[in-house]
Design a protein around this ligand. Sequence first.
Ligand code: C2O
Ligand code: CU
Length: 475
Amino acid sequence: METHSKASRLSRRQLLLSGGALALSTLAPRLSYAAPHRILRAAPHTAQILPSDWPATPTWAYDGQNPGPALRVKQGERLRILLQNDLDQPTTVHWHGLRIPHAMDGVPDVTQAPVQPGDQFLYDFTVPDAGTYWYHPHVNSSEQVGRGLHGALIVEETNPPKVDRDLVWVLDDWRLDRDGSIRDDFQRGMDISHGGRSGNFVTVNGRTPEPLQVRKNERIRLRLINVANARIFGLNFENHDAHVIAIDGQPVTPHTPGYDTVLLAPGQRADVILDFTGEAGSSHRIIDAAYQDEASLLQNIVYDTGVPVRETAPGPVPTLAPNPLAEPDLDNAEHHEIIISGGAMGAMQGAVYKGKYLPIAELVQDMRIWALNGVAAHTTAMAPMLNFALGKSHIITVKNETVFPHPMHLHGHTFRVLSQDDAPVPHTPWADTVLLNGRGTAKIALVADNPGDWLFHCHVLAHVQGGMTSVMRVA
Ligand code: C2O
Ligand code: CU
C-alpha cells in the first residue's frame, strides 16, 4: 500500500515535469531541456535496521530506502537528479568525491541556497571519473546522515574488469535504543569534543550483516563505503587476500593493505578484489579490527558446497584504467600548512569564532572547540583559509595537534597522499579523504583545477558541528 502511494506520487511528479518540458519546448524549441533521470526524495521513513525480531526504526531516507538507492552511471555520462525535500528541515545533496562544477556541490550558503521543506533542486552534471562514490546531505549533516540519508554512487568504467559479482557494502553504525529508535542526542558535547558520535549497532547496507555466500574460485569486486558519522572500520578477511584496486574511487596499484586490514575512516571508500579460493563448504570470518582493543566479527564468508564457479583460481588481479586527473608538479608546487587543534585533552587556548578571538572557556559554551588554522567555523559561508592559484600545483601539510584521529575531506578535487607521519605512503594513492592519526601529519598534493570555494573539513560529523570546517579558494 505504502509502496503504491509512493509510486503514484512519483509518476505524478514525472508527469508534471514532462508537462513543463513540453510547454518549454513549445515556447523555445531550440532550448535543450532534459528531464531529470530521477527524483530523489528525502523524507521520513521506517526501516528494519535491527534484526527482524526487534522493533523497526524511524529513520530519514532517500526514496524510502536505507541506505538510499545505489545510483549507477557510466563514466562521462550526464546525471540529472531532482532532489525533493520532504523533510521538515532544509537539506542539500553533496556528491562526495566527484569532481564536478562548484554550483552542483551541495554546500549550503556557498554553492546553493539550502533546499527548504517542500522545495526541489535539480542537480545536473557530468561525472568525470569512474569509481565508487556516495551522496549525502550537507546541512545539519551529523543528524541528517546519522538518521540515514546517504547512498552509494557508482560510476562504471568504460571497460570494467571482469568479475563474477560486483557488490556494494555501505558500512554504517547507528545509535539505537531498545525500542529501535535513533537516540536523539546529536548535540551531545561528549561526542563533539571527543571521537564523534559512534553507534552501538553496525550495519551493512542498512541491515544486520548477513553471511557472504560464495562459490569456490569466484571473484568478487567489493565496493566498501564508510558512511558512519564517526566509526572507523578495519576489515580483515580471514584466510583471504583483499586486493585493493581503488581508494576513494580512484584506481591504485593493486596491493594488499598493511596488517591485511582494509582501513576505512568516515567518508572513505575502497574497491577490493577478493578471490574465493578456499574449500567448498568452509567458512571464514570477516573481522572488524579498526580499534585494537575491540575486534569484532562483522560476518562470515560461507562457501557453497556445490560445484566451483571455475576449475582454477581466477587469474591476475586487474589494474583499473586511470581517471583523467592532472598530476601535481611536486618540484614547482606552492606549499601550504593546515593545523588542526582543539578537542578534549587538547592544548588549544582559543580560536577565532564569528570573527573574533575567544578563549577556549568561551568556545566551549557554544561547543565550537575545534579549529583549522586557528578558526572555529560557525557556518560554511566563511572567508577562505587558503588561496590556491588556479591551474597550479599545491602541496599541503596537515598537522593534527589533537589526540583524536580526523578524516579530512576536500571538496571538488582529488589529491595525492604523499606521506603520513613523515613516512612515504606506498603507491601515493589519489584520495579525497585522508585519515590523520592523533598527533599525526599528512602531506597531500593536488592541481587546483576546479575554480570555486571548496570545503575542507573533518568527516567526523560531530567535529564539523564543533567547528572543524574551512574553505579553500581556487581562483
Ligand atoms: Cu562527504 Cu563535505 O562531505
Ligand atoms: Cu575530526
